[in-house]
Design a protein. Structure first.
Length: 194
């Protein structure tokens, strides 16, 4: 079984990106699962707080889930043509390594980016802005396909279901490709990352 964590970078109750991940979970191929998570409950990163108290419970839980998963699917909104601050903040917490007994969770981890936005460009600039971060974290990004959903307000209904058949098919193909990549990457993980 290939397990993937889908992490939404939005705090909105009716987030298009969380809805996109839920749709992806329903389209997973046989032998794979997608566990949809959000960044709710993660405080602003403060190294003093971390040194005094360690990782907050939401960070510890998410770290454990990502460490145990075979891959990570980031669903990123786009704010002011870049990465949302709350999403980057969550990744900053997750990448901190004050506990040296826990190996870095991102090193060698297969990662893919998707995103939905009501704008006509989707999340083009946000996804591009994530690339240096993913490189710094030494992830294994998948570049086999791209999925940037524009005009998300017309793609999803009021209940967060995809009503655009073409987008749904693109999402299905994207997920199948990333699952295949992740399954193959798991066989070639660096020593100590099993």
């Amino acid at each position: 079984m290939t397990t993937i964590i889908g992490l939404s970078g939005s705090l909105r109750q009716h987030s298009y990106n969380t809805a996109l991940l839920r749709a992806a979970a329903a389209l997973m191929p046989a032998g794979a699962s997608l566990d949809v998570r959000t960044i709710h409950g993660i405080p602003l990163y403060n190294a003093d707080d971390e040194a005094a108290h360690g990782n907050p419970a939401p960070v510890r839980d998410l770290k454990a889930a990502i460490a145990a998963a075979d891959g990570l699917l980031l669903a990123t909104p786009e704010y002011n043509n870049s990465i949302p601050g709350v999403f980057k903040n969550a990744i900053d917490w997750l990448s901190s390594d004050t506990d040296e007994s826990v190996p870095p969770i991102f090193t060698g981890k297969p990662v893919a980016l998707i995103g939905a936005s009501p704008t006509r460009f989707g999340t083009l600039l946000s996804q591009a802005a994530w690339l240096p971060v993913l490189r710094t974290l030494e992830t294994k990004p998948w570049f086999g396909d791209r999925l940037m959903v524009p005009h998300a307000n017309k793609v999803f209904d009021a209940d967060g279901r995809i009503v655009d058949a073409a987008i749904q098919e693109r999402l299905r193909k994207f997920i199948a490709g990333f699952v295949e990549f992740t399954a193959g990457a798991g066989r070639h993980r660096p020593a100590g990352m099993e």
